[in-house]
Design a protein around this ligand. Structure first.
Ligand code: GLA
Length: 404
């Protein structure tokens, strides 16, 4: 995809020109809020891939990364749309005499370029991690003061995705710091998806869509169903923080409620199914955070559910949202490009309960007959008129696709 960076000033000029030429069309677009803004033209759909952090943390090396690339290319994940292999924190060595970043030569003896070549040879893309401060969260060298050098190094290594963290940033202004690295990436001349990991502290949804492609909306996820655990948050906490931000997501600029914990062992499979369903419906990046070379059947069935993935990757790029909240019972909906809706019936309670949705809640006429497909049972339920109801397990979902 061609690199297409537009600064806000350029947008204004282009907008003014367009207004002069096609006043009526632009007037319609101008009614929408927020206005269309473009960072780099990348990530038109939520990025899909794997990241080392949730499972391996700092215990990462080239053997492990290769194993993950082999697995993604051969276990059905690549065919299902997973694409990026991203090394998170702790790959770094010291800076050299010229200030250029090096890699940990013990853990990555073949070097990062060789690893990136390996990943590319599998038909996958390669991502890396840095930080806007002096040090990364794992205490490795950050990019502050070395932004242009680092972006050039990443481009030389064939990096396709940069996750850029926010530790040790002191009093830095987030918008400025992320803009500086976006400028450096543009200058480096390679298409690099820019993942901004600022944890939602400075409300990046308000300013980041012209800078990068995805921004974390919350603190770190942990492999728990709910609650706060030290500095990290359970799945439900993250869901409730990310949900209200639906107006700010769209093609090329996504809310990021953090990487998946599916398969890491802290939740039941029913809960992991809910986690994956809600991430898919919220148009979140689907970045697996488990050992994808060693998955049980239940984990595979979740991460490889192509019906659910299709909801996430839908061309319209709408972030779905909660449309009804009856305490423990919720209904969620995401508008799809074909005029359909993905719907999640969600039960937070301790007992199985029946949850229902009326077509009118989805913006359809009550008398409409629509096709209903159960995305976890993977079967068509026939044409239904007016509403759909199903028994929803404790902590579980029923996820359907409704097509008029
Ligand atoms: C922060 C980020 C995490 C991970 C770690 C690495 O906590 O939010 O996603 O990248 O740093 O140290």
């Amino acid at each position: 995809m061609p690199t297409l960076f537009k600064r806000p000033a350029a947008c204004l000029i282009v907008g003014a020109l367009a207004l002069a030429l096609t006043g009526a069309q632009v007037a319609v677009a101008a009614d929408k809020d927020p206005p269309p803004r473009v960072a780099n033209g990348l990530a038109q759909k939520p990025p899909m891939g794997w990241n080392s952090w949730n499972k391996f943390a700092c215990d990462i090396d080239e053997q492990t990364v290769r194993r993950m690339a082999d697995a993604m290319a051969s276990n059905g994940m690549k065919a299902a749309g997973y694409e990026y292999i991203v090394i998170d924190d702790c790959w770094h060595g010291p800076r050299d005499a010229g200030g250029f970043i090096t890699y940990d030569a013990k853990r990555f003896p073949s070097g990062i370029k060789a690893l990136s070549d390996y990943v590319h040879a599998k038909g996958l893309k390669f991502g890396i991690y840095s930080d806007a401060g002096r040090l990364t969260c794992g205490g490795r060298p950050g990019s502050q003061g070395h932004e242009f050098q680092d972006a050039k190094t990443y481009a030389d290594w064939g990096v396709d995705y940069l996750k850029y963290d926010w530790c040790s940033t002191g009093t830095r202004n987030a918008e400025e710091a992320y803009t500086l690295m976006a400028d450096a990436l543009r200058e480096a001349g390679r298409d690099i998806v820019f993942s901004m990991c600022e944890w939602g502290t400075a409300k990046p949804w308000l300013w980041a869509s012209s800078i990068g492609n995805l921004w974390r909306t919350t603190g770190d996820i942990t492999d728990k169903w709910d609650g706060k655990h030290d500095y990290a948050l359970g799945v439900l906490r993250i869901v409730d923080l990310n949900e209200p931000l639906y107006p700010f997501a769209g093609p090329g600029h996504w809310n990021d409620p953090d990487m998946l914990e599916v398969g890491n062992g802290g939740l039941t499979n029913t809960e992991y199914q809910s986690h994956f369903s809600l991430w898919a419906l919220m148009a979140a990046p689907l970045i697996a955070g488990n050992d994808i070379a060693d998955m049980d059947e239940a984990t595979r069935a979740i991460l490889l559910n192509t019906d659910v993935i299709a909801v996430n990757q839908d061309a319209l790029g709408v972030q779905g949202r909660r449309i009804r909240d009856d305490g423990d019972l919720e209904v969620w909906s995401k508008q799809l490009a074909d005029g359909g809706r993905a719907v999640i019936l969600f039960n937070r309670g301790a007992e199985a309960r029946t949850v229902s949705v009326d077509w009118t809640e989805l913006g359809y006429p009550a008398g409409l007959k629509a096709e209903v497909r159960d995305l976890w049972a993977k079967k068509g339920l026939g044409r239904m008129k007016g509403r759909f109801a199903a028994t929803t397990p404790s902590h579980g979902v029923v996820m359907v696709r409704i097509t008029p």
